[in-house]
Write a protein that binds this ligand. Structure first.
Ligand code: PBG
Ligand code: ZN
Length: 329
């Protein structure tokens, strides 16, 4: 037997030299849930270790995370005010000032300027009473083109406050182009768009919807998010976002869609991001809490799998703990 792959697996140093995939903290993005007010923090029972926080606490948390090496954050608003059919509070605060997430962006830029990459989720579902990601007609159908200007206004508010990256997660057709036009028209051509390009109608979002209060009251999101049966369609939809001017293309969820990550990696020259979503996090946490899996090695293996499939950026609730505990090295 002349061909022996085991030769390169003999020692830790040989294995390190032969490793094809590495995890770099610079590629991790930590999601955050932003509460109104001050001094407010709420645990999320299904996501141990993750909290909703008001802006003051969020700023200090993100400072501590930066010292651990978390350089990028993705912000979600958890508004407590009145919700309306046009998601008014997504784009403007009380009295027409900046909305909640824009306030958080501004506070983070004041504290850390360009030292932390500030990304914001752009979607209406946490701001509408019905919890859908767009405007509804009287039959309860999500209207595509009527939703676009509202998303653009929300993205503009975040960008004006200093967001480096806006990330539309609504899955309306044409929203990347609408955001790009609105940003460019406002002199914000330097702001990037990371599009949730292949976002599937997934049951892995359950804990997030509890955390963000964004579950649809009636129906589901299958009329706009992608069908889990479809890989080719995912590539088609993602490449449309590239053509409309997206700077980064995201696949979401991550672990059940590694084939889509790999396919997209081969189909585009843009950076590919993936979102290791709430349900994926909760499952690891739950099993680890039972002692059924070793958390550190399972998290590392999962993150490596996303990198190996071809993702450049990893959005993951594990980011802080992975760096704090040295799970990546
Ligand atoms: C809202 C949004 C969702 C997530 C990110 N943005 C939920 C959904 O589409 O229902 C999921 C994130 C997660 O599960 O961690 N459009
Ligand atoms: Zn949404």
């Amino acid at each position: 037997m002349r061909l022996r792959p085991r030769r390169l697996r003999r020692t830790p140093a040989l294995r390190a030299a032969a490793a094809e995939t590495r995890l770099d903290p610079a590629q991790l993005i930590q999601p955050h849930f932003v509460l109104p007010g001050a001094g407010a923090r709420q645990e999320i029972p299904s996501m141990p270790g993750i909290e909703r926080q008001s802006i003051d606490l969020l700023v200090s948390q993100i400072g501590r995370d930066r010292d651990l090496g978390v350089r990028s954050v993705l912000l979600f608003g958890v508004p407590d005010g009145p919700k309306d059919a046009r998601a008014s509070t997504a784009a403007a605060g009380p009295g027409g000032g900046p909305p909640l997430v824009a306030e958080a962006v501004a506070a983070l830029r004041r504290a850390y300027d360009d030292d932390v990459v500030v990304m914001t989720d752009v979607c209406l579902c946490a701001y509408t009473p019905h919890g859908h990601c767009g405007v509804l007609d009287d039959r309860g159908e999500v209207l595509n083109d009527e939703t676009l200007p509202l998303l653009a206004a929300m993205a503009l508010a975040h960008a004006r406050a200093g967001a480096h990256v806006v990330a539309p997660s609504d899955m309306m057709d044409g929203r990347v182009g609408a955001l790009r036009d609105a940003l460019d028209g406002a002199g914000l051509s330097a702001v990037s768009i990371m599009s949730y390009a292949a976002k599937f109608a997934s049951s892995y979002y359950g804990p997030f919807r509890e955390a963000a209060g964004s579950a649809p009251g009636k129906g589901d999101r299958k009329g706009y998010q992608m069908d889990p049966r479809n890989g080719r369609e995912a590539l088609r939809d993602a490449l449309l976002d590239e053509a409309e001017g997206a700077d980064v293309l995201m696949v979401k969820p991550a672990l059940a869609y590694l084939d889509v990550i790999a396919g997209l990696r081969a189909a585009t020259r843009l950076p590919v991001a993936c979102y290791n979503v709430s349900g994926e996090y909760s499952m690891v946490k739950a099993a680890a809490a039972q002692g059924w899996v070793d958390e550190s090695s399972v998290v590392r293996e999962n993150l490596l799998a996303m990198r190996r499939a071809g993702a450049d950026w990893l959005i993951t609730y594990h980011a802080r703990e992975a760096l704090a505990q040295g799970w990546l090295s």
